[in-house]
Design a protein around this ligand. Sequence first.
Ligand code: HEM
Length: 591
Amino acid sequence: MVHLSPVRLGPGTGPGPVSRSQLVRRRHLHIWKSRLLLAVRIGLQNCKNIILEISFPCRSATKSLWGSSQSRGLSHCRFSSLEVLHFICKMLTVSLIWGIVIAVGCCLWLILGRRRRQMGEPPLENGLIPYLGCALQFGANPLEFLRANQRKHGHVFTCKLMGNYVHFITNPLSYHKVLCHGKYLDWKKFHFTTSAKAFGHSSIDPSDGNTTENISKTFIKTLQGDALNSLTEAMMENLQLVIRAPVVPKSQMPAWVTEGMYSFCYRVMFEAGYLTLFGRDLTGQDTQKALILNNLDNFKQFDKIFPALVAGLPIHVFKTAHHAREKLAEGLRHQTLGKRDHISELVSFMNDTLSTLDDMEKAKTHLAVLWASQANTIPATFWSLFQMIRSPEAMKAATEEVNKTLENAGQKVSFEGGPICLNQMQLNDMPVLDSIIKESLRLSSASLNIRTAKEDFTLHLQDGSYHIRKDDIIALYPQLMHLDPEIYPDPLAFKYDRYLDENGKTKTTFYSNGLKLKYYYMPFGSGATICPGRLFAVQEIKQFLILMLSYFELELVESHVKCPPLDQSRAGLGILPPLNDIEFKYKFKHL
Ligand code: HEM
């Protein structure tokens, strides 16, 4: 508590006669002066203590300064108050200079650095933080951030994100119009640089001279058409290799097994997918299993920090993940792959195509393919299985479809016999499973489709025309459309038959504002950057569901379990995993 000494008032306090109001004014002035002085004194004393504490935290240093005994107190300090005052003044001056520099910097940024919206450009959100712009709000919850801006600005608006100006196009009726401006838009730049940064290989952009091959064509050639037949065939075999019980007498069939559903999907899809792309190890089953489990651990470590790598952080910041990435790549080197059998066309082709890259760099491009093939497929498989098991109608319809397909294909499910085989045509004729998978992906996908403007141009959209500057980014965020109640009534509900028409065939008519939509389902992106592995991905998930329904009895541990929330930290990358796992039980059917 601070006590101020009373101020004496009276005729002798000043020269000449003074009026009463002057006296009162002087008294107030005096009181304020003394308060100010006292405050400065207390402040200085506190500063002195704090500085001495910061500067001489260790006991020995304190002792040498203050003398050997603490009890002697501050009076034994070798620094005089004047020296401390001088030191503080210096610090205050330095802080002041820094303050001025920062203030001037901010003013300059406000005047020169902040983009101003020009005639014909979309409404602009610069954000408050230099460089980052709106990145923090966007990163916290992209869907809510975009919805808020949509309410404020309409269907087209620009946000500054990490130094880039991103034009968000949010009206699904405009999506196909964006894709019509292909000649002004570059999609490779962002993809190639992100891949090189995250996986650690040199640029695979043909314009950088490391390859003459059109890598996108390579993906299409090796993941679609005839190549897709061999991929799906291999996947069906590998899935059964992983999940089918060893041939044991029926009486010894294991009872219920309880496991986290996400862990189960991760383990099964990773192993079967890895074997399908990179072939089987010729040295034997046990070595192969150990190798894959090791790769699985490393993949999890690496994948965990993937959003940070895409955001631009260098991998060296993350020691464990860096080590995991190098280990994964090591296992994909030419020499190691040479010992494996049944390598996919995609991997062999990449090996031959990127001939100017050294062995380790090539291995890192294989790692990029491994990531692309697993990172979205695993959570997509989880959501499809979870939503199907959770909905009795979906389970019933799916089981009926699977039984009918197997019967028509003349396939018998048994542990003793060979694995189930279904060809492309048979797999393609399963609209119920298609609808279940689509609906699961609609609810869980959050991809960001990005293109960069190659030059200044005018973008003609459903809602008007907008001037776009060179190097700006055009972005689509289809989750906005996937959860739009006008297109998908009751958008957060899982409806297994949402993509079925009245004849039980695949439904393709969805409307916005009374107009039929060309793009209404986009978990795999669109146009030039559409996922080349999308057909294989759907077949893999379908095969997994067929096998789960054929070989197992399935149950949720908690029958009315709540749907787990989506892990928003991966928003923009594709299918979001669940924030928590869900326990389920499975038991081999006594076939
Ligand atoms: C549910 C599973 C999958 C989803 C949701 C998915 C989604 C995507 C998306 C959104 C893109 C980027 C598109 C863009 O930027 O506009 C992409 C790219 C890619 N995906 Fe998939 N994907 C899946 C599975 C697969 C599989 C199984 C493979 C193959 C083995 C694969 C291979 C690729 C490749 C190679 C690219 C890069 C294409 C390029 O840059 O030219 N994907 N995927």
